[in-house]
Design a protein around this ligand. Structure first.
Ligand code: FAD
Length: 466
């Protein structure tokens, strides 16, 4: 490899880093990605993609169990095998990582295998080799799993695990406790419940999916309880006793202590960012109070001129699509363009459990806190013809409309297909359409999306089908 020079050097080939390289190359810059593991990062290899493959297996198992007979389909006893589903999920992840490799070749991006360390504002060291950047260096080193050692839940990879290990298990544990009920925790609860584990979902905040609108959390909590998942929200993990084959977790609920014993504990209460040993201090790249790399949100430049940062390591929300947008943005900035500022208030949030939860903008709780003058429109899928036809009647669409101007303050969908449906509302909110303008669009019948138009109408007090 020896010493080489590029216009842009990107450390980290995850969903933030590799699209940055593609965009840089499209803009005529020479780009290089330094990646120590597989292209695609956490998202492709041990995050978004394999979990969605497993969630598909889980949804199929639940659907066949629950509905086959009613749909006129005769099947024998439904048996599940997590190992088989896991192997399929690995193939899907592998395909996606290969896809990223192909895209690097297609766009003439140089990929260097190894660990990149910032050596100066214009150079990166990979082993003994020095790479020089003529226009910019982008730090896209991402994040990693973590445990909670102070309460005895340090990750040991066998009984105390994280998503990293859960994605490679050959069998579903008989008893599984999940600590943290954000998107990752809720998705794994859904998966392992479908594969026969007795799941306990533990959340310190008062409700599961705590950053979502409370009504969405309620639907998921009810649906999980109905499926036999033990949902414990508003509980504090006090201590854990980790033995060779099981773990006992003591939690405090309303002043009383309770012990949950499980074969495995899956830690899903936050992630640590990869800021260590990449040369930040030596070069003068500063961190925020919360430990992320500090960037100027308009340019994504760090505290060192010519050094930029994107993705998980550059701050929340720690989501692949936020990182990808930053990757494209930073490449344009480095190429001397003036891209429109990233609108962080319009980053959608999705949890792919069943039913799915998808949202954009403020929750009703936030609208209340901010003392906004709003009206809420709701439409339940139980009143939607397509949802009835497809046995997908759980959930609703909720639109929070500004009373004076009709703007979309927030929109929330709980539905089997919420992750796909939310985009209509993302498009509307990003482009500042009013709720009335959402209704102006004629929605095809029969579709689940008609519930969006109905919720828009309901916020104006004139829903038709309810
Ligand atoms: C189980 C799970 C499910 C998830 N599901 C979703 C989802 O459905 N939707 C969603 O939007 N987000 C999801 N996420 C979050 C998503 O995976 C992350 O937000 C995303 O991967 C962040 O992208 P990134 O490029 O910033 O970092 P990463 O994906 O972490 O990639 C960083 C890359 O940098 C490499 N690297 C680090 N340091 C160095 C170094 N010094 N030298 C060379 N290479 C280095 C790493 O090997 C890695 O490949 C999920 C996460 C998990 C754990």
């Amino acid at each position: 490899m020896a010493n080489q020079s590029f216009d842009v050097i990107i450390i980290g080939g995850g969903p933030a880093g590799y699209p940055a390289a593609i965009r840089a190359s499209q803009l005529g810059l020479t780009a290089c990605v330094v990646e120590r593991d597989k292209l695609g990062g956490v998202c492709v290899n041990i995050g978004c993609i394999p979990t969605k493959a497993l969630l598909h297996s889980a949804a199929m198992a639940n659907s066949i169990r629950k509905e086959a007979k009613e749909l006129g389909i005769e099947v024998g006893e439904v048996k599940t095998d997590y190992g088989v589903a896991m192997k399929r999920s690995r193939k899907v992840a592998e395909q996606n990582s290969k896809g990223a490799e192909f895209l690097m070749k297609k766009n003439k991006v140089t990929v260097i295998k190894g660990t990149g360390v910032l050596a100066s504002a214009t150079t990166v060291k990979v082993g003994d080799d020095v790479l020089t950047a003529k226009k910019g260096i982008v730090l896209a080193t991402g994040s990693r799993t973590k445990g909670i050692p102070p309460v005895g839940l340090a990750v040991n990879g066998t009984t105390v695990i994280t998503s990293d290990e859960a994605l490679f298990l050959e069998t579903a544990p008989k008893r599984l406790a999940i600590v943290g009920a954000g998107a990752v925790g809720c998705e794994f609860a859904d998966i392992f419940n479908a594969f026969g584990s007795e799941v306990t979902l533990i959340e310190a905040l008062p409700r599961i999916l705590p950053i979502e609108d409370a009504e969405c959390s309620d639907v998921i909590a009810k649906s999980y309880k109905k499926r036999g998942i033990n949902v414990l929200a508003g509980v504090k993990v006090v201590k854990a006793d980790v033995k060779a084959a099981e773990v006992s977790i003591t939690v405090e609920v309303g002043g009383k202590q309770e012990t949950i014993t499980a074969d495995k504990v899956l830690m899903a209460a936050g992630r640590a960012v990869n800021t260590e040993a990449i040369g930040l201090e030596a070069v003068g790249v500063k961190l925020t109070d919360r430990g992320f790399i500090q960037v100027n949100p308009a340019t994504l430049e760090t505290t060192v001129k010519g050094v930029y940062s994107i993705g998980d390591v550059a701050g929340p929300p720690m989501l692949a699509h936020k990182g990808t947008r930053e990757g494209i943005h930073v490449a344009e900035v480095i190429a001397g363009h003036h891209p429109k500022a990233i609108d962080y208030s319009n980053v959608p949030s999705v949890t792919y459990c069943h039913p799915e939860v998808a949202s954009i903008g403020l929750t009703e709780e936030q609208a209340k806190e901010q003392k906004l003058d709003y009206q809420v429109g709701r439409f339940p899928f139980s009143a939607n013809g397509r949802a009835r036809a497809s046995n997908e009647t759980d959930g609703f669409v909720k639109i929070i409309r500004g009373k004076k101007y009709g703007e979309i303050i927030g929109a929330h969908i709980v539905s089997g297909h919420a992750s796909e449906m939310i985009h209509e509302l993302i498009l509307a909110r990003t482009n500042e359409y009013t709720v009335e303008e959402v209704d102006l669009a004629i929605h095809a019948h029969p579709t689940l999306s008609e519930a969006i138009a109905e919720a828009a109408l309901d916020s104006l007090g004139r829903a038709v089908h309810i």
